[in-house]
Design a protein around this ligand. Structure first.
Ligand code: FAD
Length: 472
């Protein structure tokens, strides 16, 4: 519903008009009744096409391109920037029937999947072969590989393995005019001209429809060491990150920081989460390493943390001894939905260089006081320069979406950060993109869009408004 609200505010056009009926009829004949869903629901009251092959995607795009009919590519609809929002006049293009795992190549450590494959299914298939697909986050059970690539998703292991972009070796994409570009490279090195796949990774379905992906896999780790640490001040948080990164032989895979308002609320009395460390510290850091030698890795993890304590970087620590203890720590970090109990809130995803974060957060808190807004919760993948903020107001009558958004993004611009760290731009951040990108960069992006999608039929109005494209 929030998507619809944002769209109503953002779009100037009528949200209630229908798609071209002749196009819908043509597509129904092509795909059959089963593959054209018209049953409205609260969130997606629209027509959704469900092709089962790249060739069908190509034909759909040829028909839509000729008629100027807009389409929105859809994965699991878990995206957090409303890139998957569809107006009544647009057609949804769901990849859900294209979910095959075509190959897990253990010799080359690659996996070839259709774009509609659920992330968790792909990760489990890799694990069965002793390999790791190092992309993981809370929506793993619904998000698709195609959606993850289209948003360049990050998640819980970015510090070690990078974002989706760093794992994609090859792609198959269908362009707006129906052209199929098959670039299913499996090799790590391939410097043969422009790296075309990068155009589509993170493009949120505005430049092409991703139909198949080759992902790079890694050896499955044989050791996992996890701890929750209490830290007294922000300076020590930064030093701790460098200390662990420099002394864990490249195995540091998570460095998740929770400000006390996050940790203390999630582990409050009566919560389903027990507090592994007492309340009252300035910061709580969840750290994890992934290695290959269980005994030696556990010993060196303890030694490195002990040395961090001796240096005063850590004031208290809990190390996990079992998978269930490890899960319990991650459940604290991942239980973001709990904050919806506080009142109306907006989750934000921004990035900043680490030395600016403390002052940025304090500016936001001062701004919140000025707005008389009571909810400000901060946490983030700090090792990836990524902060998440949850802003809101316990009093629903005083909740002012626009004021909170302006407060946050104006500060991000002042601190030369990015308005989107890992969730993309979609519809939600479109108006704020110029705060993080220069006019020259924006012009180049719009130029690419116009070249690949001259009729603006692919996810129109996402990232850039139709007006911006027409005016450039
Ligand atoms: C609980 C939760 C936790 C999350 N945690 C993280 C996190 O830690 N890190 C992180 O980076 N993200 C996180 N996310 C957001 C994550 O980026 C998205 O959930 C995911 O990448 C979207 O996948 P999807 O299949 O649901 O795509 P959708 O939401 O359906 O689509 C997202 C965008 O991609 C486009 N798209 C989808 N499929 C295709 C395709 N085949 N071809 C072209 N375009 C396509 C859509 O048009 C849309 O613009 C989280 C989300 C949730 C709900």
């Amino acid at each position: 519903m929030l998507g619809r609200l944002i769209a109503q505010i953002t779009y100037k056009e009528d949200l209630m008009s229908d798609p071209n009926p002749e196009v819908v009829e043509q597509l129904r004949q092509l795909l059959g009744d089963q593959a054209v869903r018209t049953q409205p629901d609260d969130f997606m009251p629209d027509i959704v096409l469900k092709p089962e092959s790249t060739e069908q995607v190509s034909t759909i795009l040829k028909i839509c391109s000729a008629a100027g009919q807009a389409l929105v590519p859809l994965g699991g609809k878990t995206g957090l920037a409303n890139g998957h929002f569809q107006t009544d006049s647009e057609l949804g293009l769901s990849l859900e029937r294209m979910h095959a795992i075509e190959e897990v190549d253990t010799a080359n450590r690659t996996m070839t999947v259709q774009a509609g494959c659920i992330l968790q299914t792909a990760a489990e298939a890799a694990e069965e072969q002793g390999l790791l697909l190092p992309l993981d986050f809370g929506a793993r059970g619904s998000a698709t590989v195609g959606g993850c690539v289209a948003t360049n998703a990050g998640g819980n292991m970015v510090i070690r393995y990078g974002m989706a972009r760093d794992m994609v070796l090859g792609l198959e994409v269908v362009l707006a005019d129906g052209t199929i570009v098959t670039s299913m490279n499996k090799m790590l090195k391939n410097n043969t001209g422009y790296d075309l796949k990068q155009w589509f990774i993170g493009a949120e379905g505005t430049l092409g429809v991703i139909t198949r992906v080759v992902m790079r896999l890694r050896p499955h780790p044989r050791s996992q060491n996890t701890a929750l640490l209490a830290v007294d001040d922000f300076d020590s948080v930064g030093k701790l990150l460098h200390w662990l990164d420099g002394n864990t032989a490249g195995t540091l895979s998570a460095f998740e920081v929770m400000w006390p308002d996050f940790y203390e609320f999630i582990t409050r009395q009566g919560s389903i989460h027990r507090a592994p460390l007492p309340h009252g510290s300035a910061f709580y850091v969840l750290v994890e390493t992934l290695g290959s030698n269980p005994e030696a890795d556990a010993e060196s993890f303890e030694t490195v943390l002990g040395e961090a304590m001796e240096q005063g970087l850590v004031s208290d620590a809990v190390l996990t001894r079992s998978q269930s203890e490890r899960n319990a720590l991650w459940e604290i970090r991942d239980d973001v939905l709990e904050f919806f109990k506080l009142g109306p809130i907006i989750p934000f995803d921004v990035s900043l260089t680490i030395e600016k974060m403390e002052s940025f957060v304090s500016d936001i808190r001062e701004g919140m006081d000025r707005l008389d807004a009571s909810i400000c919760v901060v946490f983030g993948h700090l090792g990836d320069s990524n902060l998440h903020l949850i802003l809101g107001n316990e009093n629903p009558d005083a909740f002012d979406y626009g004021a909170l958004e302006t407060l946050l993004y104006e500060s991000v611009e002042r601190y030369q950060g990015s308005v989107s760290a890992e969730h993309g731009v979609g519809l939600s951040k479109r108006a704020h993109l110029p705060r993080s990108r220069s006019e020259a960069e924006l012009q180049l992006m719009v130029g690419m869009k116009k070249m690949l999608d001259p009729n603006n039929i692919l996810n129109p109005n996402k990232i850039f408004s139709a007006d911006k494209i027409a005016a450039t």
